[in-house]
Design a protein. Structure first.
Length: 424
């Protein structure tokens, strides 16, 4: 991506122009959710994607629609857990085709996730779960209803069921991308688009237009407003502005793929010990090439602390952790690999986890990080509440002209990114 300052609007006769109300840069969960919400509100919207849909954090996420309970492990209901509490219901309504967006084509891997302890729970956590405010959201599970992976006589801990679904994230991305189709423009990597800034007397950052290129073709994209939802790419996009800086929280996740002839039990949830971060978070995913074969995707403290280890050392620690926590699971013939990926978020004092979705508006640019997949609906609503009062719908482009131009343009569209365990 390059940036340029444009002093005067000039027309480029050979290059077609596409005009819309809002151009969104980055088609991860944040960009896609925002595009749908703006479209519903009458905005004409274009998404620009240099790689693949959801490449970056979304496709690497564990797909857990947190309601905040994981964040309450310290025994207090923090502002993080409160701001996220509605999210499972908002997503569930969408999955049922009755919510703000239609996610009925997306797959749910598990209706709930579990917290399990290695021994007895620390008293403060136990009391907290038993407290009135959480009773409806956390259920102590009886032995005979334990998830299959924990139904072993050697397992001595407690299990709690959290009313939080786990989603197949590739199917979520596909369900959101399909209706947007030709409005998601693929460009040739970061070199495939240039941001042209204009200089305003007010010094507010103001984008004049974007120049896009793909496979030897070019188009000039003009919009009334521009939304940056490029995840880690936001830092570079916002370089020329005074937006909040970005922090990266690196993770070294681990995948454990079982051989095709083994059907390991599914497991979704967090193993907790005495810390505020789960010792290990496990989600179970069918391999796209052979749905009979499954991968356990491992995160939590294992992934946070794992950034200091080499890949081989991280695999050794992961094998050992699974072996210690779940010694009855047969790991013979399993294939292990690691995935290094950063969480991209607004800078926090002392690098801590942000609690809420972050949205900032300056000039004609909006910068956004959902900070969690689960919080994308909240982030998109914040963007909508910034843009709706500006009454910009139709100002820059008539809907019919926009649709005709888009159809005539017939620009290449990106595919959904590969799941991290899909590519060898
Ligand atoms: P991204 O998903 O990173 O998408 C950015 C998009 O912009 C991509 O399409 C990318 O190709 C494009 N892009 C990148 N660079 C540029 C650039 N320079 N210019 C233009 N476009 C660019 N949250 C949960 O709620 N539940 C979970 O279980 C969960 N698990 C996680 C596990 C891991 C390992 C990680 C890393 C995060 C997890 N999260 C989870 C957090 C969640 O994944 C992110 O908050 C969310 O996906 C961010 O979405 P996004 O669209 O902002 O960014």
């Amino acid at each position: 991506m390059q940036t340029q300052n444009t002093q005067h609007r000039h027309t480029m006769p050979d290059i077609p122009t596409l005009s819309c109300d809002v151009a969104i840069i980055g088609a991860g969960i944040a960009g896609l959710w925002t595009a749908h919400r703006l479209k519903q509100a009458g905005f004409t919207v274009v998404l620009v994607e240099p790689y693949a849909i959801g490449a970056g954090q979304t496709i690497c996420s564990q797909g857990i629609i947190h309601g905040g309970l994981k964040y309450a492990l310290t025994g207090t209901l923090s502002s993080a857990s409160e701001s996220i509490a509605d999210m499972p219901n908002i997503w569930r309504a969408c999955l049922a085709g009755e919510g703000v967006l239609d996610l009925s084509a997306a797959k749910v891997l598990s209706e709930a996730q579990y917290l399990w302890s290695t021994g007895s729970l620390k008293a403060n956590v136990f009391n907290f779960f038993a407290s009135k405010c959480l009773k409806s959201r956390v259920k102590k599970v009886k032995k005979d209803a334990f998830p299959a992976a924990l139904q072993h006589p050697a397992f001595k801990g407690n299990v709690y069921q959290l009313n939080e679904p786990v989603l197949d994230i590739a199917s979520v991305l596909q369900a959101l991308a399909t209706p947007l189709q030709s409005a998601i423009l693929q460009v040739d990597g970061q070199k495939g688009y240039q941001v042209h800034y204009a200089t305003l007397a007010s010094n507010a950052p103001y984008i004049d237009h974007l120049s896009l290129s793909s496979q030897g073709r070019q188009v000039r994209l003009t919009a009334n407003h521009y939304v940056f939802t490029a995840g880690q790419g936001n830092a570079q996009l916002a370089e020329q502005t005074a937006f909040t800086s970005m922090q990266k929280r690196p993770l070294q996740m681990v995948t454990c793929t079982f051989p095709a002839y083994v059907q390991p039990p599914s497991l979704y949830g967090h193993c907790i010990d005495d810390g505020a971060t789960p010792r290990m978070t496990v989600t179970t995913h069918p391999m796209p090439s052979n749905p009979q074969q499954v991968t356990w995707y491992l995160g939590g403290k294992l992934a946070e602390e794992g950034v200091l280890r080499s890949m081989d050392a991280q695999i050794l620690v992961a094998r050992e952790t699974v072996g210690n926590l779940l010694p009855w699971i047969d790991l013979s013939g399993t294939h292990w690999r690691t995935i290094c990926v950063n969480r991209a978020e607004p800078l926090q004092p002392s690098g801590q986890k942000p609690d809420t979705a972050h949205v900032e508006l300056q000039g004609n640019i909006c910068l956004a990080w959902p900070t969690k997949l689960a919080l994308s609906p909240r982030m998109a609503d914040k963007i909508l509440s910034h843009l709706q009062p500006l009454k910009i719908t139709g100002k820059h482009s008539d809907t019919r002209v926009f649709q005709d131009t888009l159809a005539k343009l017939n620009w290449p569209t990106p595919r959904v990114a590969n799941l991290p365990w899909e590519s060898e």
